[in-house]
Structure formats: structure tokens, C-alpha cells
Write a protein that binds this ligand. Sequence first.
Ligand SMILES: *[C@@H]1O[C@H](CO)[C@@H](O)[C@H](O)[C@H]1NC(C)=O
Ligand SMILES: *[C@@H]1O[C@H](CO)[C@@H](O)[C@H](O)[C@H]1NC(C)=O
Ligand SMILES: *[C@@H]1O[C@H](CO)[C@@H](O)[C@H](O)[C@H]1NC(C)=O
Ligand SMILES: *[C@@H]1O[C@H](CO)[C@@H](O)[C@H](O)[C@H]1NC(C)=O
Length: 297
Amino acid sequence: MRASLACVLLPVAAQAANIILGNDDGWAEINVRTLYNSLTAAGESVVLSSPATDKSGTGSLTATPSALTSACEFNSCPAGSPAEGFNASDTRLNYVNSYPATAMEYGINTLAPTFFGGAPDFAVTGVNVGVNLGIQVPFSGTVGAAVEAMNLGIPAVVFSGYTGSQTAWNVTTPLYSQVYADLATNITSVLLASGAPYLPANVWLNVNFPAATSTTCSSASDYKFVLSRIWTAIPLISAADVETCGSTRLPLERTVVDTTSDCYVSISVGDGDKLDANATLQGVVLEKLQSILTCLP
Ligand SMILES: *[C@@H]1O[C@H](CO)[C@@H](O)[C@H](O)[C@H]1NC(C)=O
Ligand SMILES: *[C@@H]1O[C@H](CO)[C@@H](O)[C@H](O)[C@H]1NC(C)=O
Ligand SMILES: *[C@@H]1O[C@H](CO)[C@@H](O)[C@H](O)[C@H]1NC(C)=O
Ligand SMILES: *[C@@H]1O[C@H](CO)[C@@H](O)[C@H](O)[C@H]1NC(C)=O
């Protein structure tokens, strides 16, 4: 009796998801390390595969990795280090001396078979230092890495945050970095709990967090989540978006993040061309994230 009651009352521990984590700010930037720690603490099995140096703004570029001719960013590896390397104390922390999309490809095709015995379940990139909204999207290497994962058949989400600047992994974790990592972990958990397929094929999510300071939006529980679109819709030409919040036109992601009456996170549904996915695909995401989504005032 006691045992069966416990079975009913205790939450069933979800199976850990195998996740490749990437970014474009580099493997030693603190945001990606904070997210690594946060996802791992949430019970996921995470392997980091990111550029050895800051490769912001490199979109979907790829190149064969090469040995380091100077040190990795923040002196996180010495000059002369091999093209791919890892932290000897935690071999899940890997760098690739190339572009973000190449590092993601390496994570999926080379690291995942070693650590997971096969393909990862999910890919996460970020949290990018600085937002990736609208016109910034095609240039972002953090987006490029996620789209690379998507092209390899792995559901992928990009996270970017307004606050912060390039910061080394081995300083005290800034508040924004922890808040953004908590939020990214929350959204990832909701998607994983929605069941496979976690996202439709050829779809990725672009998630942007507004400013986080010690006085505003200082805790993950302060935030609200709004389904949005990446690009401005062209009247009479752009097809309708999924119907939600009493409209068939989603708010622009920039509008969501710029709405300062509360702490609003934008979640846009992207396609393989880094354009907005159609209403059907937006609808699948709407259903999966329904429990956390809200409308702008
Ligand atoms: C972080 O690590 C680098 C490389 O080992 C070192 O140069 C730097 O002093 C460290 N910073 C802190 C704050 O410990
Ligand atoms: C490697 O991992 C150790 C142990 O977690 C940590 O102290 C060190 O700062 C890490 N260095 C890098 C470059 O990741
Ligand atoms: C997200 O996680 C944080 C801390 O891990 C928690 O305080 C917060 O309530 C969560 N928010 C949502 C919407 O799940
Ligand atoms: C959206 O795209 C999907 C996949 O290509 C397709 O199955 C669906 O019919 C499209 N929906 C609309 C409204 O165009």
C-alpha cells in the first residue's frame, strides 16, 4: 500500500535527454558554461561542442578545423593546441577550432556517437551574448549552429539574451547568465516533456530574452513567454500566422522583447531558410508550449 501510494505521488523521473550544446561566442564564454551546468543539473546528458574562439556573426559558415596558432579565448587552451580538444577534467566540454556550424556538426557526428552511442535527441545553442532578432538572425553563428543541427535531423533551439558582454567561464557567474540559463532550461524541459518529435522536421526555434538586471527581470519566475515571428509580415503578401491571442498575425519578436511593461521572452518558429515557418508548423509549436505561453498586453 505504502509503496503503491509512493508510486502515485512521486513524480516519475523523466529519461535524461542527450543534448549537444553549442554557441558562437566560444566554448569558454560563461553563458554556455552556465547553461551546460543548468541543463546537467536538470538531469539532461549534455555535451558541449563550440568554437575555440569567439565566432560571432559567422552565420552558417563551415570550414575544416585547424590547430590553434594562438591561445583559445580567455586563455582557455594554449597556442599550438589541436584542432579539436576538450577539458581533461570534464571531457564533455569540447572545443572545435572552426565555425559554430562546424562545431555543431562535430558534436552531432563525432561526439554524440562516443558519449550517447548514437545521435543526440536535441540540440541547444547559446545563451548568445546579445539578442538575435529579425535581420540579425541570418548573420548569427548561434543560429547557424542550430540550423546545422536541424539540417542533420536534430530538433534545435537558439537562446539569446540582451544583457551581458563576452565573459570568461572562470569568474563568478553573473546574475543575467544564471537567469537566462534557468529560462533556457525551463523551455527545453517543456519541449522535452511534450514528447518526440520535439519539433517538426525542418523547424527550429529562435528564443530571445529581454534585459535582466538586479532590479528588473532578476529571476526566471519573473518572465512570460510569447509566440512571435522573426520577420515583418508584408500586408496582403505574407500568409497568415497561426491563430492565437485573437489574431492570425503573431507579434514581431523585437516588439515582444521591447515590451517593457513586463519581462517578455519571444519564441519564434524558424525554417531552413531562417525565415518564419508557416502557420501549420507554428501551430505544432503553439500546442507544445501552450502551458507557458501568454499574450502581449
Ligand atoms: C581563468 O583561467 C585563465 C586560464 O587558465 C587564467 O589566465 C585566468 O587568470 C583565470 N581567471 C580567473 C578569474 O581565475
Ligand atoms: C576544466 O574543468 C575544470 C574542472 O571542472 C575547471 O576547473 C576548469 O576551469 C576547466 N577549464 C576549462 C578551460 O574549461
Ligand atoms: C524556471 O526555472 C526557475 C528556476 O529553475 C523557476 O524559479 C521558475 O519558476 C521556472 N519558470 C517556469 C515558467 O517554469
Ligand atoms: C506548412 O508546411 C508543411 C511542411 O512543408 C506542410 O505540410 C503544410 O501543409 C504547410 N502549411 C501551410 C498552411 O502552408
